[in-house]
Write a protein that binds this ligand. Structure first.
Ligand SMILES: *Cc1c(COP(=O)(O)O)cnc(C)c1O
Length: 392
């Protein structure tokens, strides 16, 4: 598959990145903060009633946090280390939720002492932990939902509990002096099937009704998690189509009187802001008649491309020879530079690159603003973590 640059960025966005990248030693990630602002504005236009809690793990760079802070975003953190980053940026604790359902008692206490009052849970033991260390806080329970098959990076199974158990937990929360506040779910990252939100929201509606009628508890909030798409190779609907469908489900259930709605986007906010710039280190074939070239570049799974594991996320690739290409293109296997045989990005998915591709040519990995620098290893094989530059 050949990549048309114009499907992924405007000419001026590209020349900004290109101008910055020229002459710098690869590999590195360039993040254009302007694009994050655009994506945030677009999301708020699509979901004007929602509160955005940016999922920090997608890209925890200080300039990203500062940009979103200034746009008015809230933040969802998964650890006290992420919490510190957000607090250090001057974000007040009332704009922060602790969304991880797995947390040490000392960390719950730490977050509570710094003012965090909104916590996710999905188990009795964790709820007990919150009751003891963050008394009086608001609780939202994460439920298990479908969506694993149609998400390119599934997130289910490990998190969430059955709705019946979630109801028990919300009742228990009240008994323990906490505020049973709402319900959350995550349909899986890069979710291509919008209908899974419908299925998840009908579970939520059932729970809202049950809690009101059977327990006289009025839940206040629905946290619809992330899962909204970034623009990779596989085709997805634009965000406004997601919003139209999801808002229709919500209005069908609650009329005009919607509960508080929280969104926790990661990928869809920052994915398209990044271009990972790499260089071809080696091109080889495994036999005299091998049809595929092996193209080894100076980034791999350990420098930020871990989401290519299982060839899950298929990044658009671009090199300049694609534009003035007279040699045609041929199939390639793309692999990273380390001595680990897992370090192969694409072998089954058939990427093609120009026949005249040469060692030293640059390969640009588009839509790499999310889940790249945060996943990069410390120094596997001595390779340093992915360097990131932020352009404003
Ligand atoms: C990772 C994560 C997100 C972000 O998901 P995306 O699909 O990247 O938008 C949101 N909420 C929680 C709880 C997460 O763990």
């Amino acid at each position: 598959m050949a990549t048309r640059l114009s499907d992924y960025c405007t000419e001026s966005e590209w020349s900004k990145i290109k101008h910055f990248a020229d002459g710098k030693e690869t590999p590195f990630l360039v993040v254009d903060l302007e694009i994050i602002k655009q994506k945030y504005t677009e999301l708020m236009t699509c979901f004007p009633m929602a509160k955005v809690h940016y999922a920090l793990k997608a890209n925890p760079g200080a300039p990203v946090i500062e940009t979103l802070r200034d746009m008015g975003s809230n933040f969802d953190i998964a650890s006290i280390y992420e919490l510190n980053k957000v607090l250090d940026a001057g974000v007040s604790a009332d704009r922060i939720s602790y969304g991880n359902t797995i947390k040490k008692a000392a960390h719950v206490r730490y977050a509570y002492e710094r003012g965090v009052r909104l916590f996710a849970t999905d188990s009795k033991a964790d709820l007990q932990n919150i009751a003891e260390n963050a008394p009086g806080s608001k609780i939202f329970v994460r439920i298990l939902v479908e969506g694993g098959e149609t998400a390119e990076w599934p997130l289910s199974r490990k998190f969430g509990c059955h709705p019946d158990m979630a109801i028990d937990l919300l009742m228990q929360a009240k008994l323990q002096g906490l505020i049973p506040y709402g319900i959350s779910f995550h349909v899986g990252s890069q979710q291509r099937d919008i209908a899974v939100w419908d299925a998840a929201l009908s579970k939520v509606k059932y729970m809202f009704d049950w809690m009101r009628l059977e327990e006289s508890i009025e839940l206040k909030m629905i946290n619809m998690g992330g899962g909204f798409p970034a623009n990779y190779i596989s085709e997805v609907n634009p965000i406004n189509v997601y919003a139209e469908e999801i808002l229709r489900y919500l209005h069908d259930d609650y009329g005009d009187d919607l509960p508080e709605i929280i969104l926790e986007p990661g990928r869809s906010l920052v994915g398209e802001s990044g271009v990972l710039v790499s260089e071809v280190v080696l091109i080889s074939r495994k036999s005299r008649t091998d049809l595929k070239r092996w193209v080894y570049v100076d980034v791999g799974l350990f420098q930020g491309l871990i989401e290519t594991l299982g060839e899950s996320i298929k990044y658009p690739l671009y090199c300049e020879k694609m534009d003035r290409n007279t040699s045609g293109e041929g199939s390639v296997v793309l692999a990273g530079p380390t001595c680990d045989s897992t370090d192969i990005m694409y072998e089954q998915v058939s990427y093609t690159l120009p026949h005249n591709l040469a060692v030293g040519d640059r390969i640009y990995w588009l839509t790499t603003g999310a889940y790249t620098n945060s996943y990069s290893s410390v120094e596997f094989n001595g390779f340093p973590p992915l360097k990131t530059y932020f352009l404003s």
